[in-house]
Ligand binder design. Structure first.
Ligand code: SF4
Ligand code: SF4
Length: 434
């Protein structure tokens, strides 16, 4: 258990960040948790008031506070709505770190899970890949099917059964065996970029990484993708592990010196939103601070980068298909990337883009939110799938692995025949038809 006397994240935060909220309430209608409960404490304004009360020493960071910070999705819809420019992303990460430092939620089971995942598994991706290979074998050798059919899973508690049912399919090959360390540009070389392979992304969506590299090469980029990479630390920062997130940020900067590349590319909206703010994470680190500032300027989401350098439209029409677009919260609210994915989809001949109602409303994935707050996550997922159904699209595109998985599960649960893809996959397929 973390000692209660650990330094307070909210008290050491620049107080002006907490003071910015002018209590106008304009963020309330955009907040999914407030929309569900209509309780002030489940709103951005209510949560900021709690954070400020702790910074002012009017409130102890106890269990009620910690539960509230983990009921928040961290979707950042409130940031888009806020006319005062409140930096909720920064407040949210410090508030979760405060909740962890208080030890209010600590239990032997929770501590064990967090130590195994955050302190061990995701601190060295060789370990994650090893676990991924075991899980992949279990799935491919038919053991998963056998165990599911045997009925033995009925003996598990309901929550574990639900988790088992949404275990993602592990890819047969990870990025290191699919993608060379150096991919030359097709045609004239215009840029040199690095691609981050991600953690879960590498295990579950290594094909999206391959599509990302192919699309970059087709747009004149020489692509560097080292086979051994680290986790970006967004999982740690969003779950209150500030020091581990700092360690991982330093590793990233060491592996990808920002001056060596025109851009450092990510294809995961959630990671990108974190990767662009290493300066905030390392501003007190005199050794890394300057490189962190240069790093922040080099990190680009793949879709943002393609539009910035002038996307080459695919020449050959695709078979006609109706596509809709679901916005990853951290792409649209965290990074303000909203027009670019739509422009990419519109550039593909044969593909018809139809707007999704409430496209920027969270799907309930929100990092590991769907695992820890399944009830709220399922409500959001049902709402999202209902909207997707209303568009009559057969394909939904989205730019974040968490959203991809969540929508695949939602479509399966509701018996909706739907292809869920990253926009770069559709673009890569269009280039391959040329
Ligand atoms: S991050 Fe999302 S869930 Fe949390 S307060 Fe803001 S809008 Fe509400
Ligand atoms: S919109 Fe901004 S200023 Fe207004 S209540 Fe929400 S967070 Fe505070």
């Amino acid at each position: 258990m973390t000692p209660v006397s650990a330094p307070s994240h909210l008290k050491s935060l620049d107080y002006s960040v907490l003071q910015q909220c002018m209590h106008c309430g304009l963020c309330l209608p955009t907040c999914p948790t407030y929309d569900a409960t209509k309780l002030e404490r489940n709103s951005p304004r209510g949560r900021i008031a709690l954070m400020r009360a702790i910074a002012d020493d009017r409130l102890e960071a106890g269990k009620t506070f910690a539960d509230e910070m983990y009921f928040c999705l961290g979707c950042l819809a409130c940031m888009t709505a806020c006319p005062a420019g409140v930096n909720y992303a920064e407040l949210f990460e410090h508030a979760r770190a405060e909740a962890e430092a208080s030890g209010a939620l600590a239990s032997p089971r929770r501590t064990l899970i967090r130590r195994f995942t955050l302190n061990w598994l995701f601190m060295d991706l060789a370990r994650l890949r090893f676990v991924g290979r075991l899980l992949g074998l279990y799935q491919r050798l038919g053991l998963e099917t056998l165990i599911r059919r045997s009925g033995v899973l009925r003996l598990l508690p309901r929550r574990l059964r639900e988790l088992e049912a949404i275990t993602p399919r592990i890819q047969g090959r990870f990025s290191a065996s699919l993608i060379p360390e150096l991919t030359p540009a097709r045609g004239e070389k215009r840029y040199r970029v690095a691609v981050l392979s991600g953690c879960a992304q590498d295990l579950i969506f290594s094909d999206v990484n391959r599509d990302t590299v192919d699309v970059l090469a087709a747009n004149g980029c020489e692509v560097v993708m080292p086979p051994r990479q680290s986790c970006c630390g967004s999982l740690h920062a969003h779950n209150g592990e500030w020091e581990l997130a700092q360690q991982l940020a330093r590793k990233q900067i060491d592996q990808f010196p920002p001056d060596d590349f025109d851009a450092i590319i990510t294809n995961a909206g959630g990671c990108g939103s974190h990767l662009k703010h290493f300066l905030k994470l390392l501003e007190t680190d005199s050794i890394y601070r300057e490189r962190a500032a240069r790093w922040d300027g080099k990190v680009k989401d793949i879709q943002e980068w393609l539009m910035q350098i002038g996307l080459r439209s695919p020449a050959k029409p695709a078979p006609e298909q109706v596509v809709t677009y679901h916005e990853s919260c951290h792409l649209c609210h965290g990074q303000k990337i909203s027009a670019e994915p739509r422009a990419i989809l519109r550039s593909i001949p044969g593909l018809k883009l139809v707007e999704l109602p409430e496209s920027s409303w969270c799907c309930g994935s929100a990092g590991v939110y769907n695992l820890v707050q399944p009830e709220m996550a399922n409500q959001l997922l049902e709402r999202k799938i209902g909207h997707i159904r209303s568009t009559r699209a057969t394909v939904v595109a989205t730019g974040n692995p968490g959203c991809l998985l969540q929508l695949v599960n939602g479509a399966q649960q509701q018996g909706l025949s739907l292809r869920v893809v990253h926009p770069v996959t559709l673009l890569a397929e269009a280039y391959r038809r040329e």
